[in-house]
Design a protein around this ligand. Structure first.
Ligand SMILES: Cc1cc2nc3c(=O)[nH]c(=O)nc-3n(C[C@H](O)[C@H](O)[C@H](O)COP(=O)(O)O)c2cc1C
Length: 184
């Protein structure tokens, strides 16, 4: 049983990372194993639409960091995926990660896992960021546990968003109670 948190921001210690890690902190305190990955510094090439993954059952683009991240997603029971809002949507790094999971969709390799979505924006567009993340999660048949939209501009600003930061523990409780159900 493992909870994997991914921050898609290129700011390693930015607002998205802070929110994702705040949930993970509460989850870990309650005894569930967690892992955090930042997509900052990772090379994730875009999907080239070659459709070869239909036969190969995996993305044929090699020599980047996508496969290592995906292995962790396949092995996790619950995913917390977070993205900063860029032009009212997920940032490019997150979109590249998501687009190439098409290669896992053919065999529904992520279906039945659970997920939480996190969007951060300075002002507007967080809802659409969340919609993109939800579209990814529902296409892969993840069960949806909840979401948070955080607000902040400079790294660390989200700590002042008491509603978003205060939502981390209730979401962590939901995650932990899901694992409790599995143990019964
Ligand atoms: C290229 C770019 C586009 C952005 N677009 C938006 C936007 O559409 N709406 C918004 O409210 N904030 C926008 N922002 C601000 C970021 O969402 C904000 O700084 C956020 O806190 C970044 O999260 P991070 O610290 O996790 O990277 C944009 C920032 C950048 C660099």
């Amino acid at each position: 049983m493992k909870v994997l948190g991914i921050s898609g921001s290129m700011r390693r210690e930015g607002n998205t990372a802070i929110l994702v890690q705040e949930i993970l902190r509460h989850v870990a305190q309650k005894g569930v194993p967690t892992e955090f990955i930042s997509l900052s510094g990772k090379e994730i090439k875009p999907c080239i639409g070659c459709e070869k993954c239909k036969e190969e059952k995996c993305c044929v683009i090699k020599n980047d960091d996508w496969h290592e991240i995906i292995e962790k997603m396949v092995n996790a029971d619950l995913l917390i995926i977070g993205s900063p809002t860029y032009y009212f949507d997920v940032c490019g790094q997150v979109k590249n990660l998501i687009d190439r999971t098409y290669s896992l969709w053919h065999d529904r390799k992520l279906a039945g896992k659970k997920a939480v979505a996190i969007a951060v924006c300075a002002d507007k567009g967080g809802t659409r960021t969340l919609e993109t993340l939800e579209a990814f999660l529902s296409t892969h048949e993840y069960g949806y546990i909840g979401h948070i939209i955080g607000r902040g501009f400079y790294p660390g600003d989200v700590r002042e968003d008491s509603i978003a930061m205060g939502s981390a523990e209730p979401i962590a409780d939901k995650i932990v109670s899901y694992f409790g159900t599995l143990d019964d």
